[in-house]
Design a protein around this ligand. Sequence first.
Ligand code: 8X3
Length: 254
Amino acid sequence: MKSLTGKRAFVSGATSGIGEACARRLAAAGADLVLHGRSQEKLDALKTALSEHGVTIDTVTFDVRDRHAVEAAMGALLEESAVDILINNAGLALGLSPLDEGDADEWEEMIDANVKGLLYVSRAVIPQMRRRNGGHILNIGSIAGKMTYPGGNVYCATKSAVHALTEAMNIDLDGTAVRVGNIAPGAVETNFSATRFGGDMRRADAVYEGYEPLHADDIADLALYMLQAPAHVNIQDVLIMPTAQRNPYVLSRD
Ligand code: 8X3
């Protein structure tokens, strides 16, 4: 496995869940970090927690849905120093209603963050990866992008788009050494469900009851495996599920 010492990794949505776990694993593997989030306070706390690893840690706050904010912030930080690793993690699910009962504001938030936000950040980072003929992008997709489930409608559509964009990035970067991978998890116990259900913790906790879901660290371990694979190995697409959950419909609880 390759060392990540001296590599600079940008993690979007680094203040919790899968993003935070990836940041922790990357720091432990020696990578310098650019931690992105919307709360400077949370970013500062994470930076302090990771300082023991002796890597360089920068933080940046912007809303990935705000194209001009993304362009300005990414332009400034890429001018300082290039990014070798991009983890497109920022995103969310909101609601679980049939389409005809859906909330258009929630749809827009998911589409803007999960699809357009990923595009804006990637659009900023990819040109310098192409120029330098190197880099690795990991997009956090979902089983929801491979199988549509009841009430998943717009969230599933956004994750299908992430999968399509991962394929597209690989095609567009043909002839370069840049690698692009999609990670598609099933149920991961994070604040994902609390966000989806608007803070209704009874509903959120019930999602993970009676079986062992994936943990954010399981996804980070996979991400590190993909990033540390030899340069000729491009792991393009991985479905990672809890053993108890074979697909969104087949889940065995105690
Ligand atoms: C997270 C997995 O099945 O809850 O994207 O949508 S699922």
